[in-house]
Design a binder for this molecule. Structure first.
Ligand code: ZN
Length: 253
């Protein structure tokens, strides 16, 4: 009991050892961008000074416009060195890079006065999650929620259709139609009622066509949950929705 009261992990020396390993793992003095050793103190604990100055911040262009009712923000442009970081986070298990990137996303929230009651990562399809072992959007969401002092809700929204696999063989039009109902809410989740009328942050890593993010936001919006979208990176300045784009195409033909 004494050990609990003193705030130490149980387990005596083995516990101390594991705790030190934990600290070494999470606080290793290497930059998450360039992998060079870093000398603390730093303005950001995981990014060295050189890399801090070359990250592709969107600055005053963090808010993007698109033809959906929910606001959309992006912290970075999808350019190197950030692009490399995102790719390695997704495919090479560099989960430490989420710890480096997400605090900048939280800074976007603070700058734009975004206050939310919960953070929701854009879910991966179950099969994809099993293959990869983790959801890169969830890694970012965990850190953002911790910084913001709110909860992550990752059990309510799920991806019903694994679209990416088939997407290469489909036309743009087919892909959008297929994606439209790709995400659903677990109908029995009590969180749906709890979050109705409240604001949530929907988080993803990269915004390309915007179709995935808007498809994920749709069921939340339908349930009366106020959605704000935040992605780590996007190269776009403005998004035109699919229907609007279709109108333009058909008027041209
Ligand atoms: Zn660096």
């Amino acid at each position: 009991m004494g050990k609990w009261r003193s705030g130490r992990l149980p387990g005596g020396q083995a516990g101390d050892y594991l705790r030190q390993r934990f600290i070494d793992f999470y606080y290793h003095p290497y930059c998450a961008v360039c992998d060079r050793p870093v000398q603390p103190p730093l303005p950001s604990p995981l990014v060295c000074r050189d890399c801090l100055s070359v990250l592709p911040y969107r600055m005053e262009r963090e808010r993007l416009s698109w033809d959906h009712p929910w606001p959309l923000f992006a912290t970075f442009y999808y350019r190197d060195p950030l692009r490399k970081m995102m790719v390695s986070m997704k495919f090479s298990e560099r989960i430490d890079r989420a710890e480096a990137i997400a605090p900048f996303m939280y800074a976007t929230m603070v700058r734009n006065r975004i206050e939310v009651d919960a953070v929701i990562p854009v879910p991966l399809h179950e099969r994809r999650l099993l293959e990869r072992g983790y959801n890169q959007a969830a890694l970012l969401a965990d850190v953002i929620a911790r910084e913001a002092g709110v909860s992550v809700v990752d059990v309510m929204l799920y991806r019903d259709v694994d679209t990416d696999r088939q997407s290469e063989s489909r036309s743009v039009q087919e892909r959008h139609r297929h994606l439209a109902d790709a995400f659903k809410l677990r109908k029995r989740s009590p969180l749906i009622g709890e979050l109705r009328g409240r604001k949530v942050l929907l988080v993803d890593d990269v915004l390309t066509t915007g179709a995935t993010l808007s498809a994920a936001a749709k069921p939340l919006d339908k349930a009366g949950i106020d959605v704000v979208c935040l992605v780590a990176s996007s190269d776009k300045e403005k998004y035109r929705g699919f229907c609007e784009a279709l109108d333009v195409w058909s008027s041209l033909s």
